[in-house]
Design a protein. Structure first.
Length: 133
C-alpha cells in the first residue's frame, strides 16, 4: 500500500535544483566570504528543494509538527551532517511507515537555522515524495 503523498508529486513551482550536499559544501567552504555565504543562503532560502535522504529518526514536537531527522543520502561518512525537516501532522501516517536507515526523497522549503557552528540548512513544510528500501 503506497502512501497517498508518494503516488505522484510533480516538480513544484519555486523549485530550486540544489542538493543537500551542495548546500552543505557551500556553507562549509573556507574560501567563501561571509557575504558570499549570506548571498548563497538568500538565493535559496524559501525555495522548494527535493533531496535524497536517509531516515535517522522521526519525532513529534510541541508545535504540532512531525520532525524527520535525516542525513543526505550521498553522505556515507562516519559522522554525517544531521539535518531536520518539519512535516505537518497531516503527514503523520506516511511518517509512521518510515524506518531508520531507509532511503527516501522529500520536498521542503529550504531555511537556515542559526547554530553555534554557523548556519544549518533545514526543511519546513516538507512532503514525502518517494520511499525506498
Amino acid at each position: 500500500d503506497t502512501p497517498a503523498a508518494v503516488r505522484h508529486v510533480p516538480i513544484p513551482e519555486n523549485f530550486a535544483p540544489v542538493t543537500a550536499e551542495k548546500v552543505l559544501s557551500s556553507l562549509k567552504d573556507k574560501e567563501l566570504t561571509e557575504l558570499q555565504k549570506k548571498q548563497f543562503m538568500d538565493t535559496y532560502r524559501g525555495r522548494i528543494v527535493r533531496w535524497n535522504v536517509v531516515v535517522l529518526d522521526v519525532k513529534s514536537n510541541l508545535s504540532s509538527n512531525m520532525l524527520l531527522v535525516f542525513r543526505p543520502a550521498a553522505d556515507q561518512s562516519r559522522q554525517p551532517e544531521i539535518l531536520v525537516a518539519s512535516f505537518s501532522l497531516a503527514h503523520e501516517k506516511d511518517l509512521l511507515s518510515l524506518k531508520k536507515g531507509q532511503s527516501i526523497v522529500i520536498d521542503g522549503v529550504l531555511d537556515f537555522l542559526s547554530t553555534g557552528t554557523g548556519p544549518s540548512p533545514s526543511l519546513k513544510d516538507a512532503k514525502l515524495v518517494q520511499v525506498g528500501e
